[in-house]
Design a protein around this ligand. Structure first.
Ligand SMILES: Nc1ncnc2c1ncn2[C@@H]1O[C@H](COP(=O)(O)OP(=O)(O)OP(=O)(O)O)[C@@H](O)[C@H]1O
Ligand code: SF4
Ligand SMILES: [Mg+2]
Length: 353
């Protein structure tokens, strides 16, 4: 199968170009995703970070064809997955691809699972959609196998339970089993561990990585937690107010961010100073999408913007820098020096971004 062949490590699997989404709101039409482009490669975990409202979920929902009908629409872009453009394919075809070649894991598995349907039946249904020829016995065997694979003990018996009889972590395991059921080329995980406690978070992330190794899917992982990114992502894409502001492999992003927003996010990570963990926050707030600043969208919060006309008049384009890093800043070379000098610009005492 063409998509399978493309899953070779490092080969592009999903190529998104100029994805733009508009949503009609009561106050006016916003553009929560503005010309987003990126390439997902075989076997990699691409981390997607950015503050609340930066457009992470909306961009992924657009790719899945799951935007709220009526109010939201994709106004431009292509998203090629194995020769098919997810953004222009018919709803029927996209429906058949969903779960088959691209699937999604959500933050809250309870909202994605059917509360009145037995867990086993739901997993069997996820398998059946893409394996119409498989009889009930075959479906059941595959569902048990999947539940065992994601670490549900006594899977045969647990098949008969309802979602509310499972813990949050077990429900998320079931969601991952369903997302992985058809060995999709791409799994999109939107904050899959945010609702879980810390030890379960670690187990679920380990499970995602394990599934990736087993079935060879590439993963897009949305998270607020840069610690998670450092641990399991290969590359990182940073979004701010609907656009990508930086992209790079994990190490360069942590060692030498080339966008002040990324540097601010990193500076806001909890730091151990003596025995005390200090939480910091980026001053200011993301812009109102109906009243975006002139020039660079980050300028009201940027420590480098003072007195610089370019920052206030011209929106920076994404540029490719050495080492494959991309940054949408007029002064990428100045970021490192500015932030090593003045991490004091970041206020203490707030929440993590
Ligand atoms: N159904 C909707 N109707 C109106 N506005 C929406 C809708 N869904 C999203 N938005 C707006 O689109 C923007 C992007 O939202 P999105 O959910 O993608 O953010 P996010 O980066 O996923 O944030 P979070 O980290 O909080 O999940 C926000 O300004 C949000 O208010
Ligand atoms: S373009 Fe200017 S305002 Fe925008 S991030 Fe770069 S330095 Fe800051
Ligand atoms: Mg979101």
């Amino acid at each position: 199968m063409a998509i399978r062949q493309q899953q070779e490590r490092g080969a592009p699997v999903l190529e998104v170009r100029d994805l733009t989404v508009e949503i009609r709101t009561k106050r006016g039409t916003i553009t929560p995703v503005d010309r987003l482009s990126f390439t997902l490669r075989g076997g990699e975990v691409l981390g997607l970070v950015g503050e609340s409202g930066s457009g992470k979920s909306v961009s992924m929902m657009a790719l899945m064809g799951l935007l709220p009908a009526g109010a939201a629409r994709v106004t431009s872009g292509t998203a090629f997955l194995g020769g098919t453009d997810l953004l222009s394919v018919s709803p029927k075809r996209l429906n058949s691809m969903r779960g088959g070649v691209v699937s999604m894991v959500f933050q809250d598995p309870m909202s994605a699972l059917n509360p009145v349907m037995r867990v086993g039946d739901q997993v069997m249904e996820a398998v059946r959609v893409h394996h119409r020829g498989l009889g009930r016995k075959g479906l059941r065997a595959r569902a048990v196998e999947l539940l065992e694979l994601v670490g549900i003990t006594d899977a045969g018996e647990r098949m008969n339970a309802y979602p509310h009889e499972f813990s949050g972590g077990m429900r998320q395991r079931v969601m991952i089993a369903m997302a992985a059921a058809n060995e999709p080329a791409v799994i999109i995980a939107d904050e899959p561990t945010t609702a879980l406690d810390v030890t379960v978070q670690a187990q679920i992330l380990e499970l995602l990585q394990d599934m990736k190794e087993r079935i060879g899917s590439a993963i897009i992982l949305i998270t607020h937690d840069l610690g998670v990114i450092a641990e399991i992502a290969d590359r990182v894409m940073v979004m701010y107010a609907g656009g990508k502001v930086e992209e790079a492999a994990v190490q360069p992003i942590f060692d030498a961010p080339r966008h002040p927003y990324t540097a601010s996010l990193l500076a806001s990570m909890p730091k151990l100073s003596g025995a005390v963990t200090t939480m910091r926050t980026i001053p200011g707030a993301p812009p109102d999408l109906l009243a975006l600043p002139q020039g660079c969208r980050f300028n009201p919060r940027c420590p480098l913007a003072d007195g610089r006309t370019e920052c206030h008049t011209r929106a920076p384009e994404l540029v490719h820098l050495d080492g494959g890093q991309q940054s949408a800043c007029h002064f990428p070379a100045e970021v490192e020096k500015a932030f090593s000098r003045s991490s004091d610009q970041i206020e203490e005492g707030g929440e993590r971004a």
